[in-house]
Ligand binder design. Structure first.
Ligand code: HEC
Length: 126
């Protein structure tokens, strides 16, 4: 499968996709919320272990993962997903991959929205 096609395929199962795409973030991308998301990404949320401290997908635990962790500095990727879809994956995981459900076990729903604001901000740099 071509890399671009592999990336554009939605990770939410088709029977849940419409519902997930419609979910709206209750939080605004204020500098304060993005800073909170960054500390979750680099700390309690453990996201950096796979996605890398810079969010490029090159964390210490990323070696050998297939598919590899998402690179959040790729702005083209962000354009392919709604906030709701990404929230759904943070909550329920990406079935069949190393991306496990994080809400409940590791972070709360509100923290998932915060960390998503940070991941989105990485795609806007440069
Ligand atoms: C054990 C490794 C691992 C950890 C820890 C991890 N991820 Fe992931 N993540 C992955 C992998 C692998 C993928 C790619 C899954 C795929 O291609 O379907 C991914 C994909 C994603 C995606 C993209 C979903 C999409 O639709 O393409 C988001 C958003 C995400 N992770 C957020 C997070 C957040 C937030 C955290 C921390 C709370 C986190 N991840 C922690 C491995 C991890």
């Amino acid at each position: 499968m071509a890399a671009e096609e592999q990336l554009s395929r939605p990770r939410v199962p088709s029977d849940r996709l419409k519902e997930a795409q419609g979910l709206q973030s209750p939080l605004k991308p204020t500098p304060e919320n993005i800073a909170k998301g960054k500390s979750l990404f680099e700390g309690k949320g453990t996201c950096f272990t796979c996605h890398g401290k810079e969010g490029t997908g090159e964390g210490l635990a990323a070696a050998g993962l297939d598919p590899p962790p998402r690179n959040f500095t790729n702005s083209a990727f962000h354009a392919m997903r709604t906030d709701g879809e990404l929230f759904w994956v943070i909550k329920h995981g990406s079935p069949g991959t190393a991306m496990m459900p994080m809400v409940g076990s590791v972070i709360t729903e509100e923290e998932a929205w915060l960390v998503l604001l940070y991941e989105r901000s990485l795609g806007r740099k440069k």
